[in-house]
Design a protein around this ligand. Structure first.
Ligand code: EPU
Length: 306
């Protein structure tokens, strides 16, 4: 048995390539610091697509110090470690994820315009618009946590997160807490130069302005009109090619409704794949391949695959 989790060692070792020493050390290190770890936690429910297998270890640190300790333990034990946000732009494979997955569920406070990474980003956008503060209203309806919105420089037709950021607090891979000015973050189209650093919090640069609430409502209404917001999906599956829109291209090829297993191309917006409820990651990836094979230009995934 590994650490009282009731799991048999031999098959797990073969299947996942863990070593008993590493597993003992990771659990023991966290237990010593009273950091709770959940083995074999299914990740599908933590994503908007609602598919995918388990993480070997799932940790929800209660402070930056616990987060740093979890990273240190994973590094010592040579276990890969990833940070899961709101799971809105993410597809988890059916086999799940080896190593450690961390979720910043408890780092979720807002103090004015200083907001922790686990805070609900669409809530922040809604709240600041209601407060009459301008800068985030163009991002209405983007499902994310603040950390994910920063890391992915979330955005769309009306703007991107970077435009409203003043600073970003990070945990470096060496366990150091640092504050980066906006120009040190390396913001680019749907990304940053943050590498393996973890976003802990961000400071936003918002100013009172007229018509912010109306603009927020307008952007949200446009999104509701053109995207399948209430269904199990991961947002736009593909990046827009330089001179076009993936959604339009897929639509023009007549692929709306195309189906593999329990996944299909949305009838409302062709760059969305919807899970009927029982889809597997294999269904979705199979559909991705079919789309890529049938469109006349290369389409690159925007959604991350773990
Ligand atoms: N279109 C079609 N058929 C479709 C879908 C779209 O012909 O099935 C056409 C539309 O009529 C429009 C054009 O394609 O003329 C562009 O569509 P849309 O305005 O929906 O924008 P998009 O480029 O498809 C981008 C972002 C979205 C973001 C919207 C609105 C990317 C890959 N997508 O979509 O982001 O919400 O702008 O700001 O950058 C996401 O990142 O997950 C996402 C949904």
């Amino acid at each position: 048995m590994i650490n009282g989790t009731g799991r048999g060692v031999p098959d797990r070792m073969g299947e996942r390539g863990k070593t008993v020493v590493a597993v003992h050390a990771f659990d023991a290190f966290l237990a010593e610091r009273r950091i709770s770890v959940r083995p074999d936690e299914l990740l599908g429910p933590y994503t908007t697509m609602k598919v995918g297998g388990p993480a070997d270890y799932f940790v929800e640190p209660r402070s930056p110090e616990e987060l740093a300790a979890t990273f240190l333990a994973a590094r010592e034990c040579e276990l890969p470690i990833r940070v899961l946000g709101s799971g809105a732009n993410l597809l988890i494979r059916d086999e799940g994820v080896r190593g450690v997955v961390v979720r910043l569920t408890h780092l979720n406070r807002r103090n004015g315009l200083h907001v922790e990474a686990g805070y609900n980003f669409s809530k922040l956008v809604k709240e600041t618009a209601a407060e009459g503060l301008g800068g985030l209203e163009c991002l209405a309806g983007i499902p994310a946590q603040v950390g994910g919105a920063i890391r992915m420089n979330a955005g769309g037709r009306h703007g991107e997160t970077a435009a409203a950021v003043r600073y970003v607090d990070i945990l470096t891979p060496d366990g150091e807490l640092r504050r980066l000015r906006k120009d040190q973050v390396g913001f680019r189209y749907r990304g940053t130069g943050l590498g393996d650093a973890v976003v802990l919090a961000a400071g936003f640069d918002l100013l009172p302005a007229a018509g912010i609430r109306e603009r927020y409502e307008d952007v949200l209404a446009q999104k509701k009109n053109s995207q399948p917001l209430g269904t199990h999906n991961a947002g736009c599956m593909f990046k827009n090619p330089t001179d076009g829109h993936a959604g339009r291209i897929i639509d023009e090829c007549g692929l709306k409704g195309l189906r593999v297993g329990n996944a299909h191309v949305s009838e409302k917006h062709a760059n969305f794949i919807e899970n009927d409820g029982k889809a597997t990651a294999a269904d979705i990836l199979g559909l991705v391949e079919q789309i890529q094979a049938r469109v006349p230009v290369p389409l690159e995934l925007e959604v991350l695959v773990w």
